[in-house]
Design a protein around this ligand. Structure first.
Ligand code: ADP
Length: 404
């Protein structure tokens, strides 16, 4: 088999083999191009130094040559041609000045799907060509056409793959750019919304405090509603700002003690835990992991807050926190005995603003788990959930171990 890098190498190797098999002095392989003329795809060196053709034409592969002369005969007959006496042959057109004189010639067509697509031309075997030479080159020509087609198909495929990779790369870059643009847009909008919001809050407070007695029952109710809506908007804006701030921040991984992360958050949520009479157990000691303290605190806070929140009405929440270290990974688990989540929602709850409940029963903005996901991805980790409705949820985050 011919193992070569490019189709020209395949042709060069084939020509060298053909010359050797037939003890020819030189030769060429030519292929018919789209305009019915010949392109040389392999050309041996018959001593070009002597040749008076412009060097550039001689040494480089000739392109777009008219089909004529001895070569033309191969195409006319679509069969191999042996000419051991070319000087007296009617098809002879002669060679350029300085081109070695052709003493004898063997031309074998290259065939593909019964069509003559080119020719292997060999010249100047000392004793002249015979049928054995012809048969050897005919066999070679079949193998060559096959190898050439295979090589071209491979090259085509490679080109396609490269094009595809290039396209994906460009699209990804474009997506990242658009994403960054959107995030900075969200950031500046959230930021700019804070000023008018503060004005609304100021005036609704003024109504509720300074003008309270002048309002009738309906007025008081409206003022309270404005105040509540403004408060909700404030939470939304704050969450959005936290989310986009996280996207924009650069994070450097450091060993972080998960015990202290969990401790800090439990302390921070102490009042809420007491109010809900929640039972929280932690399997100590938790390991260290490669992370970023503030980001991990934000992640753990959101997971515990959800575990406290999504419990059936009036039930006590039991939360269990533990970690597993295996090889290069640390998994931190937060398990609750809450309402659970149907498997069809396990992915979408991590998208921003995705919520499964009305805010009256379970208040929230739908940003918490999106922050968890973005945060953990910033740390090179992953997040997921295992849950069945009515049976509680187990959220996990995966981080790199400090031993990896
Ligand atoms: P929020 O808590 O503000 O609603 P999140 O992004 O934190 O937003 O959560 C998205 C949704 O995922 C929640 O609205 C809830 O439906 C579901 N969810 C999250 N955590 C839990 C949990 N521990 N148990 C049950 N459902 C949960």
């Amino acid at each position: 088999t011919l193992t070569c890098e490019t189709d020209e190498e395949v042709a060069g190797t084939c020509l060298a083999v053909a010359e050797k098999l037939t003890s020819s002095q030189f030769g060429s392989i030519d292929e018919v191009n789209d305009s019915g003329r010949l392109n040389a795809i392999a050309l041996s060196d018959p001593g070009w130094d002597e040749c008076k053709m412009p060097r550039s034409d001689a040494v480089h592969l000739l392109k777009d040559i008219e089909i004529r002369g001895l070569w033309g005969k191969v195409f006319r007959h679509e069969k191999s041609v042996i000419i051991n006496d070319p000087s007296s042959h009617p098809d002879r057109v002669g060679t350029p000045e300085g081109h070695p004189v052709i003493m004898c010639f063997l031309g074998v067509p290259l065939k593909y799907a019964d069509k003559t697509i080119g020719v292997i031309g060999l010249a100047n075997k000392e004793s002249g060509y015979d049928v054995a030479d012809q048969q050897a080159i005919e066999t070679l020509s079949v193998a060559f056409v096959e190898a050439l087609n295979r090589k071209r198909a491979e090259e085509e495929l490679k080109k396609h793959r490269e094009n595809l990779e290039d396209m994906v790369e460009k699209r990804t870059a474009k997506l990242e750019e658009v994403n960054a643009e959107l995030e900075s847009f969200a950031y500046s909008i959230s930021h700019d919304l804070r000023a008018p919001l503060r004005a609304m809050q100021g005036f609704s407070q003024a109504l509720l405090e300074d003008c309270y007695d002048e309002l009738d029952a309906r007025g008081k109710e409206y003022a309270r509603r404005i105040d509540a809506s403004a408060l909700r908007m404030e939470t939304l804006i704050q969450d959005l700002l936290n989310y986009s701030r996280l996207s924009r921040s650069e994070i450097e991984l450091k060993p972080v003690n998960l015990d202290s992360v969990v401790d800090n958050i439990l302390k921070q949520l102490d009042t809420e835990i007491q109010n809900k009479d929640a039972l929280i157990t932690v399997d100590r000691p938790l390991p260290e992991a490669a992370g970023h303290k503030a980001t991990l605190e934000q992640i753990v806070e959101n997971l515990i807050t959800n575990a406290l929140k999504f419990v059936p009405f009036k039930e006590q929440s039991n939360i269990h926190i533990w970690a597993e270290e295996s090889g290069e990974m640390v998994h931190l688990w937060v398990e609750d005995n809450g309402i659970g989540i149907g498997p069809e929602h396990h992915e979408r709850i991590f998208c921003i603003f995705e919520r499964l409940h009305g805010i009256e029963r379970y208040p929230g903005t739908g940003v918490g788990l999106a922050i968890v996901k973005k945060g953990i991805e910033k740390l090179g980790g992953r997040v997921g959930v295992e849950s069945t409705p009515g049976k509680g949820s187990k959220f996990w985050v995966e981080l790199g171990s400090i031993h990896s």
